[in-house]
Design a protein around this ligand. Structure first.
Ligand code: ATP
Ligand code: MG
Ligand code: MG
Length: 551
């Protein structure tokens, strides 16, 4: 906190506390339970919960559940899981639907004070009467009702006397206001649908602007932090609080997070799931928190990313490389190193002990950057798997891995010299023949030999076979949302975003548990996926060791 940069929201809070406008910092995170949370929500969560922590205040989790058509308890549960997984705990859990009675009572007050009226216009007429940026709106006939008429109509709306869309309750503000949000916005609409919490108790539901600020006020929120699109709603937020003479939070807007090579709108994410372009909300390619979590992202890395990108007042798009770097940096510190061969070819050591089951245990450090991570023993034998691409028969001079007539160090093992290869009828190499140099054991090398390359390997007789899912970006375009050339985001799906292989891994990994994260040396970071069974482990690639997309 002491070293945290004073971004404009911190400065606004500092100023309000100093001026005595508020004496505490109470924030909230207000998701609508109509989808799973994504990395954009993480920015808002880190900001709201982070500010509360920093200023010794409180942060609520409030479900903004005022639109029953799209909402579901599945989402309510997943959102709570996600917030906790990110590392935050709310002070209070609320539902905007718990405030329906209070909101309704306040609506009657606005009606009686002459500040709201019942309107008969259809949705289409309402839009038409609202006017445009250059033309003022026209009055709805309902605008001249008396408060008594409006009260009667509102009560009958609530009692279910009217059909969907037949009437609305509108705030009576100013049909000529330059800010169109102030041209008598709708407060209640009629919708004869069940709500996931209130059931059939209500057939009128509050609009976002009417519910949101009042919910903030009821909870005595001091700083209502929202995204930039709501800047033009702030005068309405303030109008409702002023007319009701209730606790008046300060709304502060910040730029929403956009990231390259992904889409972030819940509608589009839902479409990816429904149309089966991905396996579900938690598909490891999704920008949802359940997706990132399954991909192997750590909560720490997401929090670090959110802190790194900061908070600004103008919209921009963040390079996805920054997100990938955040998890790479964290896993570089904490992930144990293991050897895994994704595309195996056999390497036989021809001068190994006649008894070809002879095994020598090699000591390998678990994390060169963290001594406390210790080391492990890996079996080395005369029969090894190495990566097919680490061998070239006619290699260029600059190829420092294994070639015929060349030498390479086997990580944590010996230097081997290649003298021949075995091929099948098609000319594909099936076996690489080498001798090992007994003087070159890692850590005890007395040979004085220097070789340029080091490659990874696993012993054939000891390796465990696992499935590896190599994930890549879901979209090939930097901005899949761009509607250029009449395309939609689905036209930019990356056909190669998932490739599945069988890999040979060191025996230590045979007992890995779901959720374990490791670095496959020289390849990248991997996590044991939830699809794993004890004899059939599945590893997801979290991220490569370096950014291979960079040109
Ligand atoms: P969507 O476009 O996905 O429907 P939303 O804003 O309607 O997003 P909500 O559930 O209402 O989704 O969002 C809850 C909170 O998270 C809001 O305060 C919203 O401002 C914030 N939020 C949503 N998306 C982003 C984003 N991309 N960057 C930062 N904050 C976000
Ligand atoms: Mg919203
Ligand atoms: Mg939305």
């Amino acid at each position: 906190p002491g070293t945290a940069r004073r971004h404009f929201i911190r400065q606004a809070i500092d100023a309000d506390l100093a001026a005595g406008r508020f004496d505490s910092v109470c924030t909230r995170f207000p998701p609508e339970p109509n989808g799973y949370l994504h990395i954009g929500h993480a920015k808002s969560i880190c900001l709201n919960f982070g500010l509360a922590q920093e200023f010794g205040g409180t942060c609520n989790l409030r479900f903004d559940d005022t639109n029953p058509i799209k909402e579901d308890t599945e989402y309510v549960d997943s959102i709570q899981d996600d917030v906790r997984w990110l590392g935050f705990e709310w002070d209070n859990l609320h539902f905007a639907s718990d405030y329906f009675d209070q909101l309704y009572a306040w609506a009657e007050k606005l009606v009686l004070d002459g500040n709201a009226y019942v309107c008969d216009l259809t949705a289409e007429q309402t839009r038409e009467y609202r006017g445009t940026l250059t033309e003022p709106g026209r009055d709805s006939p309902g605008r001249s009702n008396t408060p008594e008429e409006n009260l009667d109509l509102l009560r009958r709306m609530k009692a279910g006397e009217f059909k969907d869309g037949e009437k609305t309750l509108r705030a009576k503000i100013d049909m000529a206001a330059p800010n169109i949000n102030l041209r008598d916005p709708v407060m209640y609409r009629i919708a004869n649908v069940s709500h996931h919490r209130t059931g059939d108790a209500w057939c009128i539901y509050p609009m976002y602007d009417w519910a949101h600020g009042q919910s903030d006020s009821i909870e005595k929120i001091t700083f209502s932090i929202c995204t930039l699109e709501f800047e033009h709603h702030r005068p309405l937020y303030d109008w409702y609080c002023d007319k009701l003479e209730i606790h008046h939070p300060r709304q502060i807007e910040f730029a929403r997070l956009n990231i390259t090579y992904t889409v972030m709108s819940k509608r589009k994410l839902l479409q990816l799931v429904r149309d089966k372009h991905v396996s579900g909300w938690d598909d490891p390619r999704m920008p949802t928190l359940v997706g990132l979590r399954r991909r192997g992202y750590t909560p720490e890395s997401i929090r670090a990313f959110c802190a790194d990108i900061g908070v600004a007042k103008f919209n921009s798009t963040i390079d996805v490389v920054r997100l990938e770097n955040a998890v790479r940096e964290h896993l570089n510190e904490v992930a144990p190193r293991r050897m895994a061969v994704l595309d195996p070819v056999k390497l036989t050591i021809t001068n190994w002990d006649e008894n070809d089951s002879a095994v020598e245990m090699m000591s390998a450090v678990n994390n060169p950057g963290d001594e406390s991570a210790g080391s492990r023993e890996i079996p080395f034998s005369g029969s090894l798997w190495i990566e097919r691409e680490d061998f070239q028969e006619d290699a260029p001079k600059k190829f420092f891995r294994l070639k015929k007539g060349g030498a390479v160090r086997l990580r944590a093992g010996y230097i081997v010299d290649c003298h021949d290869v075995v091929k099948d009828a098609d000319g594909t190499i099936t076996e690489i023949l080498c001798t090992y140099d007994p003087q070159t054991k890692s850590g005890q090398d007395t040979s004085g030999r220097k070789v340029k390359g080091t490659i990874h390997w696993v012993s054939c007789g000891h390796a465990a076979e696992v499935t590896v899912r190599n994930y890549d970006r879901l979209f090939t375009a930097e901005n899949p949302d761009s509607t250029a050339e009449g395309k939609t985001f689905l036209d930019y799906l990356n056909p190669d975003s998932l490739s599945v292989t069988t890999a040979m891994v060191e025996p230590e990994l045979a007992t890995a548990a779901v959720g374990d994260r490791v670095q496959f040396e020289r390849l990248g970071y991997y996590i044991v996926d939830t699809d794993s069974r004890p004899e059939a482990l599945v590893f997801n690639r979290i991220v490569g060791l370096r950014d291979t997309w960079a040109k």
